[in-house]
Design a protein around this ligand. Structure first.
Ligand SMILES: [Zn+2]
Length: 333
């Protein structure tokens, strides 16, 4: 009996020890589990920040659109060369082939890389109701008998619509080309009569610049433009007043190819790709500029159409972009 009791008590002691070890082990495990759990919680919150950051960038996935805090309206690139009154063409359309001073951009040496391609091109669309990625190609200073038809051929082949800001005397000279622009579904805007810096003109002179060109366009095409672009993007209150009296809007651009200066195709292509965001308005020319400069424009055009199409962009006229509410308010006045 005694022996048995001893055995039992030994057994009990063993059991207590085992129990104690088990409790200790459980306590350690529990603590570790707690730690792991807490850690994973922290980790999760870190992840969700990263995920949020990722969502801000591209990824127009279904879940990304659920973000209610993001601005609903599309705002095109703030980095875009704020449409400054920069020379968009130096030579008057009447004397387009004159090559005055050395170009500001040395076409041979694109120097530094043209604006490091900043990503997040989809930022603006990932939230809005309208997920269309719109871009407008614009061509100034035409029409003419050479480049404008070439540009039209390229656009037609690719089924792309664009906007042409025309100069009065050129319309009078090439009325059929002006008509073709409209017939092929593009839009036409007014680019003044004599391609002057209209910000320096009187109200009467400004009115003449607009009205004479409007009349030339109506005569050639039957269409009355509602858009205007001042040469060099140089505007004044006088100009805006005159436009608004006529229910017209002034249209800047957000991407300047500087094609008129003979900028190399590869340079322009990179610039366009890096800076085109939804709502972008790309400035090119279909007449004028330095000698043979627009040869590069016609080489560039199919390339950027293909590039941007691959990135999901849809080409529209500026009028369509305004209607879609995708134009940045500082670009259209
Ligand atoms: Zn111009």
């Amino acid at each position: 009996m005694r022996g048995t009791r001893k055995q039992v008590s030994r057994f009990r002691t063993k059991r207590y020890r085992l129990f104690a070890v088990a409790v200790l082990a459980a306590a350690i495990c529990g603590f570790t589990a707690l730690q792991l759990w807490g850690g994973s919680l922290l980790g999760n919150s870190g992840l969700s920040e990263a995920a949020a950051a990722a969502l801000e960038t591209p990824a127009p996935t279904a879940s990304a659109s659920a973000e209610p805090t993001m601005p609903p309206e599309v705002t095109p690139e703030p980095s875009a060369p704020a449409p400054s009154p920069s020379p968009e063409a130096t030579s008057s359309p009447e004397a387009p082939t004159v090559a005055p001073e050395k170009p500001v951009v040395t076409p041979e040496k694109p120097a530094a890389t043209p604006v490091t391609p900043t990503p997040s091109p989809d930022k603006a669309t990932s939230s809005g109701k309208d997920k269309r990625k719109l871009v407008a190609l614009t061509f100034d200073d035409g029409p003419d008998g050479k480049y404008t038809p070439q540009v039209l051929d390229i656009l037609k082949k690719r089924g792309v619509k664009a906007t042409f800001f025309l100069v009065g005397p050129q319309v009078n000279k090439y009325p059929k080309v002006a008509k073709r622009i409209l017939d092929e579904g593009h839009s036409i805007g007014n680019h003044t009569w004599s391609h002057k810096d209209v910000s320096k003109l009187t109200a009467k002179q400004v009115a003449d610049q607009i009205d004479k060109t409007q009349q030339a366009i109506v005569d050639a095409t039957g269409f009355t433009p509602e858009l205007m672009r001042a040469p060099y993007g140089s505007i004044s209150d006088t100009l805006l007043d005159a436009l608004h009296e006529r229910d017209m809007l002034h249209v800047y651009w957000t991407v300047d190819t500087r094609d008129w200066a003979g900028t190399p195709v590869a340079f322009m292509r990179k610039n366009v790709l890096a800076n085109t965001r939804p709502g972008a308005i790309i400035l090119m020319h279909s007449f004028g500029g330095r000698k043979n400069a627009l040869e590069n424009t016609t080489k560039l055009l199919p390339l950027i159409i293909d590039d941007l199409t691959k990135k999901g962009f849809e080409f529209v006229t500026v009028d369509e972009m305004i209607e879609a509410g995708q134009v940045h308010k500082s670009v259209v006045k």
